[in-house]
Design a protein around this ligand. Structure first.
Ligand code: NG1
Length: 445
């Protein structure tokens, strides 16, 4: 076994490093087969699970994610030109090539290379075009890669790992905050008007810690703090295996509903820019000012422009009151969850997770029948103190907080219950909070 490799892996994966060796060695061999012998630099970026704080980030609110020990690897070698050549260890993701420039042609919608294209284009714009290309190979296959379409942010992990590699070769050394914002902008290339949570946690994750992040910028930076995860409990992530199509449009409609709420509340509270600005108001007072629904057309007629939001039909009913209610209450729950963790009040923490799920389901309407089955099955296990959907919603994963002695039982009980009620397979994995993205090692292959 290669000692250089193992010691690099130990600094990231701790005791689980030996489980990673074959995966890295396979990827290094595949890289050599694809591009020949020579130097290679290995980068990684983790997926994430959000403990609490859903759809708050783009409202300048609070989130509390943790970086997963499942990650995307990128093995790369600098080229002497602007070309990026990308291979993937998984046959489902065919070879893609493109040249780095400030205006890169988008591949077909859903094509895996769009995340790399977004990062490369953004860097060319940021650095004025002076960005070298590389030969790269991506490795993110199960079981150690980030599950795709599961709401654990595989797309952000791919964007972040590309950005980290491109920046390294271009000798650009941004701060973590700059890099996270950069990656968030890069992801706009694929069309989602999302927030900054995924990129921040992919970069700032710490072993055994969640990251409290205040998504409101103050002087160009963001308040954040690593919060130790409860010692005797584990985060268990369960993948429903269901991922609904057209989520981007639904997502952007929720963003529109929040922006509509701000536009309407501005009559009473001039100068507010995000729902965060009304966090100290009582909900009953806000509710009295908000319509249940409105449309982009109605807002336009009243002189409100919601900004650039692709795929939001002008006549779609935006559920302003309920969406604002979710965001307003979710921000409070995140602050309460941090407090509960700091005081080791696990019961309260679990209750907050459960309340967050109810709000996401009933107010933001992002749950699905499959997620409901999983949440109910999780809560029925003794030792599970709380469970909720995690990520954008409309399928994907749930997260459960489970006493360490109940982890085996949880892993055994959930899949058969889920199979019996839905006919589907649930993927359960315990989450070991891991460090954020970066370079793993440089070597010769
Ligand atoms: P996922 O679950 O990765 O699609 C999305 C947004 C987050 C956040 C959550 C909801 C992106 C890249 N990700 O996450 O910023 O808004 O939904 O809390 O837009």
């Amino acid at each position: 076994m290669n000692d250089h490799l193992l010691s690099a892996l130990e600094s990231i994966y701790g005791d689980a490093a030996p489980d990673q060796v074959d995966r890295y060695e396979d990827a290094l061999s595949a890289f050599r087969r694809a591009y020949g012998p020579g130097p290679v630099t290995v980068f990684r970026a983790p997926g994430r699970v959000n403990l609490i704080g859903e759809h708050t980030d783009y409202n300048h609110g609070y989130v509390l994610p943790a970086a997963l020990d499942k990650d995307v690897l990128l093995l790369a070698r600098l080229r002497g030109d602007r070309e990026v050549r990308l291979a993937n260890v998984e046959a489902d993701f065919p070879q893609r090539n493109f040249a780095v420039s400030a205006s890169i042609q988008t591949a077909d919608s859903g094509d895996w290379s769009n995340y790399a294209r977004g990062a490369a284009q953004e860097l060319a714009r940021t650095l004025g075009g002076n960005v070298p290309g590389f030969d790269g190979l991506v490795s993110s296959a199960a079981p150690l890669g980030v599950p795709r379409g599961a709401g654990v942010s595989s797309s952000s992990a791919l964007t972040v790992v590309m950005a980290v590699a491109l920046a390294h070769f271009a000798q650009w050394t941004p701060s973590a905050t700059q890099m996270a914002l950069f990656c968030s902008d890069a992801e706009w290339y694929v069309g989602t008007r999302g927030g900054i949570m995924d990129q921040f946690i992919a970069l700032l994750g710490q072993r055994d810690h969640a990251l409290f992040l205040d998504c409101r910028p103050v002087d160009g930076t963001f308040r954040h703090e690593a919060i130790p995860l409860p010692q005797d409990y584990r985060l268990l992530v369960v993948n429903s295996g269901v991922h609904h199509a057209n989520v981007r449009n639904e997502f952007n409609q929720r963003v529109a509903a929040c922006r509509a709420g701000v536009a309407i509340l501005r009559r009473e509270f001039p100068g507010i820019t995000h729902l965060r600005d009304v966090e100290d108001q009582d909900w009953v007072d806000l509710e009295a000012l908000l319509p249940e629904t409105t449309t982009v057309t109605e807002l336009k007629d009243a002189g409100h422009d919601l900004g650039d939001l692709p795929n939001v039909p002008a006549d779609a009913a935006l559920r302003v009151m309920a969406c604002c209610r979710h965001v307003w209450s979710e921000n409070r729950r995140v602050l309460a969850a941090v407090d509960a963790m700091q005081h080791n009040d696990i019961t309260h923490l679990g209750d907050l997770l459960n309340d967050a799920h109810t709000s996401a389901r009933d107010h933001y309407r992002i749950s699905t029948p499959e997620l409901e089955v999983l949440v109910d099955a999780a809560r029925a296990v003794d030792g599970c103190v709380g469970a909720r959907l995690t990520g954008a919603g409309w399928g994907g994963c749930i997260v459960a907080l489970v006493h360490h002695e109940s982890v085996d039982e949880f892993q055994q009980r959930i899949p058969p219950v889920y199979k019996a009620q839905t006919g589907l397979d649930a993927g359960v994995f315990p989450c070991q909070a891991s460090p954020g993205a970066g370079m793993v090692l440089q070597m010769m292959v």
